[in-house]
Design a protein around this ligand. Structure first.
Ligand SMILES: [Zn+2]
Length: 299
């Protein structure tokens, strides 16, 4: 009887002090997804903005302070954050967000990674050693991550489990409807040849049927040399492309060079939430991405 009392007391106590989840997201897309799934039961912080290069972030003291108080770390994984997240985890001294703990959630564990290199020379600065980490460029991946993330939120904040499940069901319905709409809108993009500056868009292209004919960065994360650019130029003589794509956070220098030499159209895509003014949440991110691609394909 006394044991039962203690259990009841503990659960009431934990319900009062920890009704909410504090979430530390590494990138804006996971912050936004956490908000979609957690509503007012979660307090969410994003370590980066849509105009920062997610490959190269510093583990600043302000980020460490945020990580110290987090119940749940939601990041991409697949080595995208390998330059700063391990240091952040070590300095935060927060046991629940350590690798493998309940508050450690890596989105890329729940999707099938593409572009996994068959041979690898890390000395040359390969930053996609585990495969392409830019999984947020496909809404099909977002769906898979949403399912797993909701599950995790329900596990670590049981008091609000029913609420999280309802939020997920609602999101799932709206997201599926949006995917149908985007697929219809994007039909003219199928089979369109494109050049990319950084290998960011593989999941988006697989989803919509765009064809990547060249990558300006010969090695992911390493700015292209003049000879890399000339190689691309020669390649485009045999396989012309309609547009060259770069993310809002990247300097457009390499794309501009190509625009100068060819009749190609340059497109800046938001890449994530906050990449431009229109991309305010996950829904408007894809609305805007598809609109920009369609506009460029028409030119
Ligand atoms: Zn990358």
């Amino acid at each position: 009887m006394r044991f039962l009392f203690i259990i009841v007391f503990l659960s009431v106590f934990s319900a009062t002090v920890r009704a909410d989840l504090t979430i530390f997201a590494c990138e804006p897309e996971w912050a936004s997804l956490s908000e979609e799934l957690g509503g007012d039961k979660v307090s969410v912080f994003s370590a980066t903005t849509g105009l920062q290069d997610p490959h190269y972030i510093q583990a600043r003291p302000s980020l460490i302070a945020k990580a110290r108080r987090a119940d749940l770390l939601v990041c991409t994984g697949a080595e995208l954050e390998s330059g700063w997240l391990p240091l952040l985890q070590a300095k935060a001294g927060n046991s629940v967000i350590q690798t493998g703990a309940s508050g450690y959630f890596m989105a890329s564990n729940y999707v099938r990674l593409i572009d996994i290199p068959t041979s690898l020379d890390r000395s040359q600065g390969h930053i996609h050693a585990a495969g392409n980490p830019h999984i947020q460029t496909s809404p099909l991946n977002i769906m898979k991550v949403a399912q797993a993330l909701s599950q995790r939120m329900q596990e670590i904040d049981r008091v609000n489990a029913v609420f999280y499940q309802q939020r997920f069901d609602d999101f799932n319905q709206r997201w599926q409807a949006a995917i149908d709409k985007w697929q219809q809108q994007a039909a003219p993009l199928k089979g369109v040849n494109v050049v990319v500056q950084h290998n960011s868009w593989g999941y988006l292209f697989d989803w919509l049927g765009l064809k990547k004919v060249a990558v300006l960065e010969a090695k992911p994360g390493v700015p292209p040399t003049v000879s890399d650019l000339n190689n691309t130029l020669n390649q485009l003589k045999t396989t012309p492309a309609t547009m060259v794509i770069h993310a809002a956070y990247q300097p457009s220098k390499a794309s501009d060079w190509l625009v100068d030499k060819t009749a190609i159209t340059s497109v800046t895509l938001p890449f994530t939430i906050g990449g431009n003014e229109q991309s305010k949440d996950l829904f408007s991110l894809f609305d805007n991405t598809i609109q920009r691609l369609l506009d460029a394909a028409k030119q």
